[in-house]
Write a protein that binds this ligand. Structure first.
Ligand code: NCD
Ligand code: ZN
Ligand code: ZN
Length: 338
């Protein structure tokens, strides 16, 4: 039977939530991933050292005996002092910036993306070598939000040439193209944006479990993302953006944004890379690129995948709640060796 060893998988954009949901989803990442960049958009968001360290501890406890390193992030604020960031530097891998109200739990994000408004915190980050992750969308027309954000990425990248900037969960060919224009620009891409377009979300019957921010775009965008990922573009990393919401918040009027992919991510990536004859690039995409970009040396963790059917559960359960993964109830052709 065909096998493939994933060497030290890293998920550079992950939502682990908190409390009972955390206890359900953390083991679904820690089982296969060696580490993850953990998003700070809790309610309230992570903006203090106490909250960050306590959250990290809850994640470690929820991961049980798995070797798994949560790399923590702070929620960007305009008024972080240099002294505070200096104190936080060794506790965080990055700071995550959200335009206010642009996505789940981002209400207290920045009101303006004007570089001058952001300058105090960005200057400190640049001096201290703290990378900046951005949810890059304007509040324009939904299909154009990421494209409209490109000039904002450019203005920050050129104003702060020493600041490492990560365009999170890119969904357009415009973003792929921008990668090559600035040395200090990098990106994550999700599994679902390599697989689906807007047609899969809303072209037939509405698929709430594929609804996320940024919304999946056009076939040519997906092709550009896929080509960059399959060829292990050195400025592109895997970040699942696995974003679980309870079933009743997805299958309702006013569906929450987010696709839950952590339990199936590596299996589906193996299938995708194998089908395209690029399995040899998978370890760069899921690990080596991130190690270089973030200058992160994770502890080695080898996960053996086998080409054997895996039946994705219809849902995962915690308390009285259900969480529905991508490919729920379907059969995948790769599984994790137990
Ligand atoms: C994320 C979430 O639910 O926290 N949702 C999403 O659709 N991607 C937030 C985010 O990453 O924008
Ligand atoms: Zn986002
Ligand atoms: Zn996210």
């Amino acid at each position: 039977m065909q096998t493939f060893t994933v060497n030290t998988a890293l998920d550079m954009h992950l939502h682990l939530r908190d409390e009972e949901m955390l206890k359900l989803v953390a083991p679904l990442s820690s089982k296969t991933f060696a580490g993850a960049l953990v998003m700070p958009n809790l309610v309230p968001p992570i903006t203090t050292k106490e909250a960050l360290l306590a959250y990290k501890q809850r994640i470690i406890e929820a991961s049980g005996n798995d070797e798994f390193e949560p790399k923590m992030t702070l929620f960007f604020k305009n008024d972080y002092s240099y002294e505070f960031l200096e104190e936080m530097k060794d506790e965080i891998i990055a700071i995550k910036l959200y335009p206010a109200g642009i996505t789940t739990n981002s209400e207290t994000g920045v009101a303006s993306m004007d570089v001058e408004e952001l300058r105090p915190t960005l200057e400190s980050m640049s001096k201290l070598g703290i990378p900046l992750c951005i949810h890059g969308e304007t509040n324009g027309f939904v299909m154009d939000r990421e494209k409209e954000f490109m000039p904002i990425y450019e203005s920050i990248a050129s104003a702060f040439p020493d600041l490492k900037i990560i365009m999170e969960h890119i969904t357009t060919k415009d973003a792929v193209n921008l990668l090559d224009k600035y040395d200090n620009l990098h990106a994550t891409v999700t599994l679902h944006h390599l697989l689906i377009t807007l047609d899969d979300v809303a072209g037939g019957m509405l698929q709430p479990h594929l609804f996320c921010k940024p919304i999946a775009k056009r076939p040519e965008d997906r092709s550009a993302l896929l080509e960059a990922a399959l060829n292990a573009h050195s400025k592109l990393m895997f970040g699942s953006d696995s974003a679980p919401h309870p079933k009743h918040k997805k299958e309702c009027c006013g569906c929450a944004a987010g696709v839950f992919t952590s339990p199936i991510a590596l299996q589906v990536l193996a299938d995708l890379f194998e089908k395209n004859g690029k399995l040899e690039n998978l370890n760069s995409f899921v690990s080596l690129n991130a190690q270089k970009i973030y200058n992160y040396k994770p502890k080695e963790k080898l996960i053996k995948l086998i080409k054997k059917d895996f039946f994705v559960p219809d849902a995962y359960r915690y308390n009285e709640e259900l969480v529905v993964p991508m490919f729920a109830g379907e059969k995948l052709s790769w599984s994790i060796e137990e």
